[in-house]
Ligand binder design. Structure first.
Ligand SMILES: NC(=O)c1ccc[n+]([C@@H]2O[C@H](COP(=O)([O-])OP(=O)(O)OC[C@H]3O[C@@H](n4cnc5c(N)ncnc54)[C@H](O)[C@@H]3O)[C@@H](O)[C@H]2O)c1
Length: 285
């Protein structure tokens, strides 16, 4: 299997994470193709990237020419036929079958040298890889939200992942000015495994009338957390956070202590997904 240098990075999904990852890759000088099935999401992503870059410009963290160059480095498309490059970073819905279909289509378009990176928060890398025509090309590349600001990237090596691809991901994340940590393919990897009780205990307390969500957030923020758990879940997206809780819980054999919370399920069912729908645990403008 030939290892090729990356020139063009295909970022699939133009939602919360895909938008941020496209910005990070374009800022580092890569040509980026941002693909989403939903045209409105592509337009929203372009607006969000411009807004975010403007903030960096205002703070003097980038120059006016870097702002322009980054914007020019990104091409937006809703046609998968345009997705030609050497690396794909996938940030679509947290559903194995959708990710598998997408990767197999991209392998057909680009050939089996295409490196496949998934930003999944919780789906097993091996479970995706076994349904791919090129399982050794798949690696987990887990960015955190908001991707332009958060330094950590978990790199998840599956049992089939080529070691050279893991090395390439370590080099890439450094080029993106991020801090890589290599993880095993176990439920929730490291961060989402350790963080599960943080979210769940907060929701269980509110569900049982022991505290309000405002009180829980205020207390955690006063102890030094940048955001309390309810504000953080709204930022992540309640649908994503609920899917991650469910997958981690099921993959660990459904322990009671990690059972997903009913109040989150209710929010997801009513379509209150957090900041992205302007309503979650809190309301947004
Ligand atoms: N939200 C977070 O804080 C966070 C953090 C780290 C990782 N992740 C992971 O990143 C991925 C994306 O999460 P998100 O929060 O950005 O989701 P999101 O709901 O904000 O965006 C998902 C996007 O994918 C698009 N999409 C769905 N199916 C598609 C397909 N087949 N082809 C192309 N586009 C498609 C949707 O139109 C939408 O724009 C998930 O796997 C999630 O677990 C999320």
């Amino acid at each position: 299997m030939a290892i090729q240098p990356f020139k063009t990075i295909i970022v699939c999904g133009a939602g919360t994470m895909g938008s941020g990852i496209a910005q990070v890759a374009a800022t580092a000088g890569f040509q980026v193709i941002q693909f989403d099935l939903n045209q409105a999401m592509l337009e929203k992503s372009a607006q969000n990237i411009a807004l975010s870059l403007q903030k960096f410009l205002d703070k003097g963290k980038i120059t006016a020419s870097e702002y322009q160059q980054t914007i020019q480095n990104i091409q937006y498309t809703s046609s998968i036929a345009d997705c030609k490059g050497q690396l794909v970073i996938e940030a679509i819905i947290e559903k194995p079958s959708a990710k598998i279909d997408l990767f197999n289509q991209l392998l057909l378009i680009n050939g089996s040298d295409l490196v496949l990176a998934t930003n999944t928060s919780s789906i097993s890398i091996d479970a995706i890889a076994t349904s791919l025509v090129a399982p050794a090309q798949l690696v987990g590349l887990h960015f955190f939200n908001p991707a332009p600001l958060m330094k950590l990237v978990e790199i998840i090596k599956g049992q089939f992942t080529l070691p050279a691809i893991v090395d390439q991901m370590v080099a890439l994340t450094k080029q993106l000015q991020k801090t890589p940590v290599i993880c095993k393919d176990s439920p929730g990897f490291i961060v989402n495994r350790v963080a599960r009780p943080y979210y769940l205990e907060a929701m269980h307390m509110v569900q049982h009338g022991l505290a309000t969500m405002e009180q829980v957030d205020a207390v955690l923020e006063a102890t030094g957390f940048k955001m309390g758990p309810f504000k953080l879940m709204d930022l992540i997206g309640l649908d994503i956070n609920y899917s991650v809780s469910t997958i981690v819980w099921e993959d660990l054999g459904k322990p009671d202590r990690l059972k997903p919370a009913d109040i989150q399920k209710e929010k997801v069912n009513e379509g209150s997904l957090g900041v992205k729908t302007k309503k979650g645990f809190y309301q947004y403008q």
